[in-house]
Each structure stands twice: as C-alpha cells, then as structure tokens.
Design a protein around this ligand. Structure first.
Ligand SMILES: [Zn+2]
Length: 221
C-alpha cells in the first residue's frame, strides 16, 4: 500500500511541476524566455544543501566541504546569468547536516533513468518531505553514492538535485546540477558549464541564459 501511495504522490508532484514550470516560462517569466540574454535585471535563486548521513558509518562530507562548490556557483551564476545565489530564507547558511535518518534507497541512489523511477517510490517521498520549500527554492541532497554519476537532477520535474561525496567536494558539480534543475541539458562543448564531467568550463551560450533565467527557480523576489 505504501508503494502504491508513493507512486500516486510522485506522479501528482511531477505533473504539478510541469504545469507550474510551463506557466513561468510562457507567462510570469516571459520577458526572460525571450530576452534573458540581456541579463537584466538581477534575479535570485535560493538553495539549501542537506547532507545525509549513514548513522552506522563515519561522516564523509561536512558542511565546510561544500564551501568551494557554493563559491563557484555564486560566482558562475552572477557572471553568466546575473543571478544572486542565496541561502534559504530561514537559514543563514547554505549547507547543514540533516538530522532525520534517511532510508537506504535514499543514501544509495541511481542516476538518470533510475532516478526518474525512484521519484515514484519511497525515495522520492523522502526527498519531497524534506524539501526546504516547493517550486521556488532548490534543495541539494548530499547522499552516499549515486550509481555511475557524481550528481543527478531530473531537471524541472523536481525541486531537488543530488550529489555524492565526490560531487559535493568538486567545485563545479553543484552549479552544473542546479543548471539542470533550471532547465539546461548537456552540451558537447568542454568549455561549457553543461559539459558532463569535472573537466567542464564555466561558459554559457546566450540561449542558455534565456532558459536559466525563465526557470521557476530564478525569481525577482
Ligand atoms: Zn549533468
């Protein structure tokens, strides 16, 4: 019964997000959909990072391990999208350890297609119940392992991204996954922020600015 319920809730969550995202891109953020490349005026993006821990194991990641990734994302989003990265409204800091115990399916998640399937299971319900807000802020969960990846995002279908310890300690992975959440997909150019691996650069194309700035996560308030 719990599985069926998780499935129903997951499908409803994703469907609502598709509608909310479309509404932002064609109505609320229409100016940025068309003229986002102008990078004006400054917008805001709020992110909260929750580090999940296995109570049976030693902590692999501490909040300060994410300093490099947060600084990188701040600098990159300001430079590329004129968007200020801010912590959650009710929090002074970006990253903290989540005290709630995470189930095994959450600590060891799957990347890409597997992650989409997980959105409709108990793992998806756990992420949803620990979001730091619906639709607008992005929550980044640091898990213990992601199958064949160091980070994962389901794009605009969810309000969260995941990072494994390597992804969390790497400078550019957080910014890369947030960019996915804001609607950007992989590009075959090594100098671009949307290059798949750690060797990525920090550049973006003009049309990527339009897509990023018209995301529901990138707001004027
Ligand atoms: Zn990616």
């Amino acid at each position: 019964m719990e599985k069926i319920w998780s499935g129903i809730k997951g499908v409803t969550r994703v469907a609502i997000r598709i509608i909310v995202e479309a509404l932002h891109r064609v109505a609320i953020n229409i100016f940025d959909s068309l003229f986002g490349f102008l990078n004006w005026p400054e917008k805001k993006l709020r992110v909260r990072i929750f580090i999940l821990q296995d109570p049976q194991a030693n902590a692999e990641v501490s909040a300060t391990d994410l300093d490099k990734a947060i600084e990188y994302a701040k600098r990159s989003f300001k430079k590329n999208f004129n968007t200020r990265l801010l912590p959650h409204k009710y929090s002074q800091q970006f990253a903290e350890v989540l005290q709630e115990k995470a189930p095994h399916e959450v600590l060891y998640t799957k990347g890409s297609v597997g992650a989409l399937a997980e959105e409709f299971t108990i793992a998806g319900s756990f992420f949803a119940s620990n979001l730091s807000g619906s639709f607008y802020p992005i929550t980044a969960f640091v898990v213990l392992d992601i199958d064949q990846a160091t980070g994962c995002s389901l794009g605009p279908l969810t309000d969260y991204v995941t990072l494994d310890p390597d992804g969390a300690k790497n400078a550019s992975t957080l910014a890369h996954e947030i960019a996915h959440a804001c609607g950007l997909w992989h590009l075959g150019s090594k100098s671009n922020l949307l290059w798949r691996t750690f060797s990525r650069g920090d550049e973006v194309k003009w049309w990527q600015k339009n897509i990023f700035r018209s995301s529901r996560h990138v707001t004027y308030w």
